[in-house]
Design a protein around this ligand. Structure first.
Ligand code: C3B
Length: 836
């Protein structure tokens, strides 16, 4: 029950600053004020959600205060450059705990709430996260916003305020079921709408030419449809700094939300029709990770947020006294994959048609503004748009694209006379089949910098997918290896480990992650190792409780927690993991007294709703659990859990409890991976292939502290070129054959031999991701894992050394790389060497 006396007392104490104070009394009064005067709630009857909202508002005041100071600092730097991170996805995760940590007031807020009989942890648990992204790409954008603010780089994240984010995943009878994500339904306290800053976005129609007063030939676009973009701002505070940046997400609305004429003649439905069709644009996130569907609505979404963003940037630039020709001096805009690439013709259109620049000048401004980050080599992920569809929606942009292409092709012909094949490959237009626009090529030609997200990925990008572009524009290419924010993924997620580290080496490591090196000497201290193990064990007990609650499965915190959480995809090879589990299971069935290391296998991740194989893999994991978990011969030594609805929030509970991190993609397929970094930073050892950032993690932590297996990217290529025959591997490996046969036998499907047939046939006859080729090496490597597990001291030592050597993978380092190599911007927007 709420002690209302205390509230009255707090409210009557003079001199307390409820808007900015960081002491428990001020915070308590601020929360009370929000409950009373903003939400109209009596504390005695307020719900948990009421308290959550009031607490969030109180925190938000403190963010806004810093945000306004940051803007003020920017206004006093007319030569400053601001980063615009353009991304169709921002997977921000819960905000309360992270903001308290960044403000440095988690203890003060805990105390403030405690005085009202409220547990901060309950409010943190109550929070619903905005799932406005699919996976790695969206979460990376969120980590980068955290680092930009922490490094005091002025920045805005521009994206879409989807009404429904990534679906909520339920598991029913082992199958994934998708439920609508209603993240807004209890109110989202972190954002403010700014309707006065709305932008008009146009679609369709036609273009016409005219001659202006100066006798110049000009083009004007007569659109068929206009939609309003309304910005919603969320403040993004850095860790223990004053800088507070912005995430500005756009919501689509009808220009005129109510058609009175239609209403008056009695057509109620039509009166709101315009509103309904307009709002569809920001209604829902496409739930496909790295495999776009060429849907018109998706292109509408892309243009929608890009048009809003560029208009917003241009307005600000002109208001601060800039001219259209100096746009690039104020803004450095990053294209997060090809999704925002229509920004290139959009900026050209504004500069040419609305501001009257000549082509060459407009093109120079555009190229100097944009940088392009590629996030995947998967051929199916390279976005293209049918020309007819693109032209119908964006007729003026298509004209501009054709002109960019004409000049590009002329340029290629000048450098490579007679090489029409090269022209065909580099052209922005794919002429085969349905003519389509290649967004990656458009991004390459329109950007001054192009980067991959891990060393191997960039190498493969340069040698394969974009080799023609490297030949012609070598100076544009660089690698920037991904990183993750240690604030959210260690300080917030793993307070036990954080405290132990700070007590041991000081507390500057969250902003100087290389300082973790100081832990190295402690790896040999048995007392420290024991404390390290205690922390991990406590985290595992917590996760075990959550697993029990969510799945009903009891798992043993003393067992090895072997975890694979990420999107479900064949290239990530969750099914290879399953083959290993079934191998152990079979060994136990043959010899129940076999001395195996007890393990808990945890899986988590969403499958794209239309991706049948991925959904079948989820079913296979569940079926494996059903087979293994209660088998008396297993005696509880193996447990298999599918943790439903993997999200940022669930990730924060899972990473700290992991002993072993599964990073087992087919070499050459995972651009970088970032989960690999989150696990290692939380003391998990990695079993992985030489893929993505695994390679660099292994280089940093030392080959002797990493469980490596599998073919290299080169070996995968030559195996495929040499006519890879998975069937032969199956026939020659008795254990593999027995395990595959076990799946085919129906033993995991209540006798049904058809359920997993397609999966088994896929492996035996095609196996594009080389699961069978890597099986033996993987199983052997898992035996090395088990052997080390039997030596807890050696395991702990290795775990400590992993954490100690992970400094490189802070997103602060990644952002510093972008600042230096791509954006040429320093703290507070100061231009740095190479700035345009
Ligand atoms: C992902 C890649 O699959 C990961 O390897 C990478 O770490 C992250 O991006 C961040 O760079 N990715 C994604 O989540 N969605 C895409 N459409 C393409 C790549």
């Amino acid at each position: 029950m709420f002690p209302s006396v205390a509230v009255t007392e707090a409210a009557s104490e003079p001199g307390r600053d409820v808007r900015t104070g960081l002491d428990p009394a001020s915070l308590m009064q601020a929360v009370c004020d929000y409950l009373y005067y903003f939400q109209g709630r009596h504390p005695a009857t307020a719900s948990r959600n009421d308290f959550y909202l009031a607490t969030a508002y109180a925190v938000r005041d403190r963010l806004f205060q810093r945000g306004i100071q940051s803007l003020d600092a920017l206004l006093h730097r007319p030569d400053g450059r601001t980063v615009a991170y353009l991304s169709a996805e921002f997977l921000m995760g819960p905000q309360l705990a992270a903001n308290l940590v960044n403000l440095g007031i988690q203890d003060a807020m805990r105390e403030a709430l405690w005085r009202m009989d409220i547990r901060l942890e309950d409010l943190i648990e109550h929070e619903v996260e905005p799932g406005l992204g699919n996976g790695g790409l969206g979460r990376l954008a969120a980590c980068y916003l955290d680092s930009l603010a922490t490094l005091e780089i002025p920045a805005i994240g521009y994206g879409i305020r989807y009404e429904f984010g990534i679906f909520n995943q339920q598991i029913r009878d082992g199958w994934q079921v998708e439920l609508t994500d209603k993240w807004l339904h209890l109110g989202y306290p972190w954002e403010v709408a700014r309707p006065e800053r709305a932008v008009a976005v146009r679609y369709g129609g036609y273009t016409e030419t005219y001659t202006d007063e100066d006798g110049r030939y000009r083009v004007r676009w007569i659109p068929a449809e206009i939609v309003k973009g309304v910005p919603h701002d969320t403040p993004i505070l850095g860790y223990r700094v004053k800088t507070c940046n912005l995430l500005r997400l756009w919501r689509a609305e009808a220009v005129q939300t109510f058609d009175f004429e239609a209403f008056n003649i009695g057509d109620y439905a039509r009166a709101v029709e315009d509103q309904v069709t307009s709002e569809t644009i920001s209604k829902v996130l496409y739930p496909n990770d790295a495999s776009p569907q060429g849907k018109a609505l998706r292109l509408k979404q892309q243009y929608f947020f890009v048009a809003c963003a560029i208009e917003d940037m241009l307005r600000a630039h002109l208001r601060f006294g800039g001219t259209p020709a100096t746009f690039h001096k104020r803004w450095a805009a990053q294209l997060n994959d090809t999704h925002p690439t229509v920004a290139v013709p959009e900026l050209m259109r504004l500069l040419l048609d609305d501001h009257g620049l000549e082509w060459d000048e407009a093109w120079e401004v555009t190229q100097k503004t944009f940088g392009y980050t590629n996030h995947t080599l998967l051929p199916e992920a390279l976005e293209t748009w049918p020309i007819d569809l693109f032209g119908a929606l964006l007729p003026r942009h298509l004209e501009i694209v054709f002109e960019i292409n004409r000049r590009l092709c002329d340029g290629i012909r000048r450098v490579y006379p007679g090489d029409e094949d090269r022209v065909r490959r580099m052209s922005l237009i794919e002429e085969q089949g349905r003519r389509s626009l290649r967004m990656a090529n458009l991004a390459c030609v329109g950007s001054h910098a192009i980067n991959g997200v891990a060393a191997l990925h960039t190498e493969l990008l340069k040698s394969q997918v974009l080799s023609d572009w490297v030949a012609m524009f070598p100076e544009r290419f660089c690698n920037i290896t991904n990183g993750v924010t240690p604030r959210r993924f260690v300080v917030v997620a793993n307070p036990g480990q954080s405290k132990l580290i700070s007590e041991t080496i000081g507390d500057d490591w969250p902003i100087h992650l290389d300082a973790l090196r100081r832990l190295e000497t402690h790896a040999d201290d048995p007392e420290f190792r024991a404390r390290w193990r205690d922390v991990k064990h406590a985290n595992k007990r917590q996760l075990a409780a959550v697993i029990k609650e969510r799945t009903g499965i009891s798992v043993d915190p003393d067992s090895l927690f072997d975890i694979q959480v990420k999107r479900i995809h064949e290239y990530k090879r969750q099914h290879l993991n399953v083959l290993h589990i079934l191998t152990l299971y079979r060994r136990l069935k043959l010899n129940p007294d076999l001395d195996v290391v007890p393990r808990t296998f945890v899986f988590g991740g969403k499958a794209a709703p239309g991706y049948q194989v991925a959904k079948l893999i989820i079913k296979l994991v569940g079926a494996t659990g059903d087979l293994v978990n209660d088998d008396p011969d297993v005696r509880g030594r193996l447990k298999v859990v599918f943790f439903p609805n993997f999200s940022v929030k669930n990730g924060q509970a899972i990473y700290p409890a992991a002993d072993l991190s599964e990073q087992i993609s087919t070499a050459g397929q995972e651009a970088s991976g970032t989960g690999n970094m989150k696990f290692a930073l939380n003391g998990a050892l990695t079993i992985g292939t030489l893929d993505g950032a695994n390679i660099e993690i292994r280089d940093e932590v030392g080959a002797e502290n990493f469980f490596l297996f599998g073919l290299t990217a080169d070996e995968v290529r030559s195996a495929k070129a040499g006519g890879y025959a998975p069937r032969a591997i199956y026939e020659q490996n008795d254990e593999l054959r027995a395990v595959v046969d076990l799946i085919a036998s129906g033993a995991l499907a209540g006798g049904d031999t058809t359920l997993f047939r397609s999966l088994v046939d896929g492996l035996l006859w095609h196996d594009p991701f080389m699961v069978l080729a890597d099986y033996q090496s993987y199983v052997a490597c898992q035996e090395r894992v088990a052997a080390l597990w039997r030596d807890p001291e050696a395991w702990s030592r290795m775990s400590i050394l992993n954490v100690a050597r992970m400094g490189k993978f802070s997103s602060d380092r990644s952002i510093r790389d972008y600042c230096e190599r791509v954006w040429h911007v320093g703290p507070l927007g100061a231009p740095t060497e190479g700035a345009p």
